[in-house]
Write a protein that binds this ligand. Structure first.
Ligand code: ARG
Length: 281
């Protein structure tokens, strides 16, 4: 049983660097994904409290969290993962599909530019880590609802990592980070039903040892998780995912982000990973 090698008794956490944005102006005034219902009231103060718990948790786990100033008129800016994609200290800016979020792209890019990062202003639509996930050497790239295939090509050229295109087909899972999580290196978990048959076959081929998650757990945003290679922060309702992770030797930590869920996002959407240092290769 060589697959047993994946179940390690101890997992080693990496120290991570994150960028986040306080949901001071969070509300649901428009609907650009099936989770958003402007008729449903949002408690902005509660959103801030829940988000602050996530920030504290990242810091307690030893990670470095930096903050970007929230802009009035950008209610979705809390979803920092959409703001950019950072690999080897190179920053690919975001260009949003929907006009409601257009102003966020330049704001995030400026945050990085003013801190001396090498930035690329995107020509084509890409929604940052919402649709890009670095898994080992590959840059997994979602398309179908938001990021465009041309945006994928632009990412490959600038970030210098081979892009694997994955077609999303279920509107509930409109961003890659609602359907797939990188846990450690090239270890991933995902919900197959979010992907086209061809993309499901690609995932099976590249990741035969992946944790395969149920539709129920995916609907609870159980895949919108952040892992440091040991601790995996995820929505607390996704108990099925937590159990699977424990079996694999990870340490799942559940959080309640109910208010942000009304915008169609959770833990990962709120956390942009800054990969400062170049890795080998
Ligand atoms: N309301 C936001 C949108 O639809 C949610 C973004 C969630 N972010 C994410 N990385 N999936 O664009």
């Amino acid at each position: 049983m060589h697959h047993a090698a994946k179940v390690r008794a101890t997992r080693t956490p990496r120290t991570q660097h994150y960028l986040m944005c306080r949901p001071s102006h969070f509300e649901v005034t428009y609907s650009i994904n099936p989770w958003m219902d402007p008729a449903k009231p949002v408690d902005t103060a509660l959103a801030v409290t829940q988000w602050e718990r996530l920030v504290s948790l990242h810091r307690e786990l030893g990670h470095r969290v930096e903050l970007i100033e929230p802009l009035p008129g950008c209610p979705d800016m809390v979803f920092a993962a959409n703001g950019a994609t950072v690999v080897d200290g190179r920053v690919l800016g975001a260009r949003f599909r929907n006009v409601e979020r257009a102003a966020e792209g330049p704001a995030y890019l400026e945050w990085f530019r003013s801190r001396g990062y090498q930035v690329h202003e995107p020509v084509h639509v890409n929604e940052g880590e919402g649709d890009f996930a670095l898994a080992g050497d590959w840059l997994l790239a979602g398309t179908g609802f938001r990021s465009s295939p041309e945006g994928h090509a632009e990412a490959q050229e600038f970030l210098r990592r081979p892009v694997i295109r994955l077609d999303l087909v279920d509107p509930r899972f409109y961003h890659l980070d609602t359907a797939l999580t990188v846990l450690d290196g090239d270890e991933i978990m995902y919900y197959p039903g979010a992907f086209s048959p061809g993309s499901q076959a690609v995932l099976r081929r590249l990741f035969p040892d992946a944790v395969v998650v149920t539709e129920t757990d995916a609907e609870l945003f159980g895949l919108n998780a952040v892992s440091d290679g040991c601790h995996v922060i995820l929505p607390e309702a996704a108990t099925g995912v937590a159990r699977r992770l424990r079996e694999r030797g990870f340490e799942p930590i559940g959080l309640d982000l109910s208010e942000l869920l009304k915008g169609g996002g959770s833990v990962k959407c709120c956390t942009l990973e800054i990969r400062d240092r170049p890795t080998a290769g």
